[in-house]
Design a protein around this ligand. Sequence first.
Ligand code: IPE
Ligand code: IPE
Ligand code: MG
Length: 257
Amino acid sequence: MAADVASQASDIMALTGAGSVPLHVAIIMDGNGRWAKARGQMRTMGHKAGVGALRRTIRAAGDLGVTHMTVFAFSTENWRRPAAEVSDLMGLLRTFIESDLAKLAKEGVCVRIIGQQDGLPKDIVECVRKAHDDTRHNSRFFLQVALNYGAQADVVEAAKRFAAKVQAGEANIEDLTPEMFGGLLSTHDLPPLDLMIRTSGEHRLSNFLLWEAAYAEFVFQDVLWPDYDRVHLEDALKIFAERDRRFGAVEAGHVSA
Ligand code: IPE
Ligand code: IPE
Ligand code: MG
């Protein structure tokens, strides 16, 4: 970690106080197409620049004390885009996993990819398997990439898994709790989601982490994803630190009647 980065991190810590850095941050990386359009370029150029932003953000997140990050790379609805764009996106994801995997593995990053493998090109499924295998013992930073992911489908899969357990006599319907159900989702390995960021000025979840976002703080930033940089993440962390998370209780210091 460079000295300036270390001092930025300590600035954030001083500003926020220990414990107010979110452990788990999710990002809906949006705005690649508009970024390219503004430059008179093909949408693919925006996606390409978006990979650079992802690299910067992973590094910045680690430097700033975030330990878990889930990024939305491709939704189950993104298949509705023109075939050429889908194929370019898959190509970029393949290149990202292949070219960055060794570096991430060396830096102690555990890479997990969530989403449906059905429908993905065979070689991408192989990349996903290799990413899991090569990094599964790492624990310095957890990077979860949502690829061909849709939260509703994930919840349905969890429901099917539970139904199968009931059918096999391994579980009782009455015993199902939210915690148990959450444990059946593809995100079960990560801590609760603290902060959800969406770039490009859109204010919606687009079928991302519906269950996990129950008590997450939301920060919407106008910046288009390819322009996302350390300063934007710092801004989001500062906003998060100022939020009063009550989880349904009353604020600290409140005197009850
Ligand atoms: C996000 O950027 C990347 C993916 C959805 C894969 P978009 O491609 O959605 O960019 P806009 O929203 O059209 O600007
Ligand atoms: C959500 O963005 C998916 C990803 C960022 C991968 P979209 O751009 O696909 O979402 P909508 O269509 O604007 O809701
Ligand atoms: Mg978009």
